[in-house]
Design a protein around this ligand. Structure first.
Ligand SMILES: *Cc1c(COP(=O)(O)O)cnc(C)c1O
Length: 339
């Protein structure tokens, strides 16, 4: 039996793409699949998204773009992060689009000039007269999920700076903006987290019609009874006050079940149960209310166990939790469903 099984449901990705396309209307949907598709598998997710009408793929680096170019010959692939001289040459050969945030605009490759409007990260402060290789103008919103007024301010700055260049593709929206800030949609929206059925707002995904695509399942590999005063795990951080049954699940922080997720709930045989004690590299403990057989199914994510809830316990965001889940064959089995 595998220690755990990660299931990627491409049907859910397709349905999320439809939700986004309905929200976007005439604006194009560009699928953001950086960081191996937020841990879901970039090529699989890109295939589902393109099949459902996404018109471009976006990644952070040229190295992420090259395997996608082999799989998707005619599709626009935009590298959103900065590229070095060598990478620019590779981008040219692979017919990629590059986001450019400085005055040195490379030649012989399609360029999207990135304007700084309030993110305070990459981006040009002033838009130069765009040379011929520039096909797009873009900016990135800092607060689409948390402060729509500031996001509107950024959009206004972008509009003021780019209104003379209506022939270029203008794009600003991420998932949060695409879903809830209609004026951000412009010509295209770069959507990541929502494709995967995760909430950009840290809320319940179904609030925005989204359906999580990633499931993560394991089982009880050990079941033991702790007498009062006995503990489980490093540091004895969980001490049984009364007689307590615990189950040991063969998944730990090396698999992406973060050490700061102690206290979160998973499902054991379908029932909500608390993760207790210190999460170790290869195992975690759950408190159960009775003796259960070895092999009892444990759902770590999916079937109502939300990444958003785990993230809240860990003091982080769903993005970081899914990016950290490891599907290396030596640790987990990964299955892709396409229904
Ligand atoms: C990652 C990223 C996105 C996608 O953001 P989501 O919140 O995942 O939709 C869009 N634009 C840029 C520049 C990004 O880096």
């Amino acid at each position: 039996m595998h220690r755990s099984e990660i299931t990627i449901d491409l049907g859910a990705v397709r349905r999320n793409v439809r939700v986004l396309r309905d929200a976007l209307g005439p604006a194009e949907l560009w699928a953001v699949v950086k960081a191996d598709g937020y841990g879901h598998g970039a090529v699989d997710v890109a295939g589902a998204a393109v099949g459902e009408g996404a018109l471009a793929l976006c990644v952070a680096t040229v190295a992420e773009a090259l395997p996608l170019r082999r799989e998707f010959p005619g599709v626009r692939i935009l590298v959103m992060g900065p590229a070095s001289g060598r990478e620019i040459a590779h981008a040219r050969d692979a017919d990629l689009d590059l986001a450019v945030s400085d005055d040195a605009i490379p030649e012989g490759v399609r360029v999207h000039l990135k304007l700084e409007t309030g993110m305070g990260r990459w981006g040009l402060s002033e838009l130069p007269a765009p040379p011929a290789q520039v096909v797009g103008l873009m900016t990135h919103l800092a607060t689409a999920d948390s402060d729509p007024d500031f996001a509107r301010c950024q959009l206004q700055r972008f509009e003021d700076a780019t209104s003379d260049f209506q022939s270029l593709i203008r794009h600003a929206a991420n998932s949060a903006a695409a879903l809830r800030l209609p004026e951000s949609r412009l010509d295209a929206a770069r959507c990541g987290i929502a494709l995967y059925g995760l909430s950009p707002f840290g809320e319940i995904p179904s609030t925005d019609g989204l359906e999580p695509a990633l499931g993560w399942d394991s089982h009880l590999a050990q079941v033991r009874r702790l007498a009062p005063g006995e503990s489980t795990g490093y540091g004895r951080r969980f001490l049984a006050e009364s007689e307590t049954w615990i189950g040991i699940v063969p998944v730990g922080y090396a698999d992406g079940f973060r050490r700061d997720m102690t206290g979160t709930q998973v499902r054991v045989a379908g029932e909500p149960r608390r993760v207790v004690g210190t999460i170790s590299m290869d195992a975690l403990a759950v408190e159960i209310d009775r003796e259960l057989p070895l092999g009892t199914p444990v759902t770590l994510i999916g079937h109502g166990v939300l990444v958003e809830d785990h993230a809240r316990v860990a003091g982080t965001i769903n993005y970081e939790v899914v990016c950290g889940i490891g599907s290396a064959p030596a640790r987990a089995r990964r299955t892709v469903l396409d229904a």
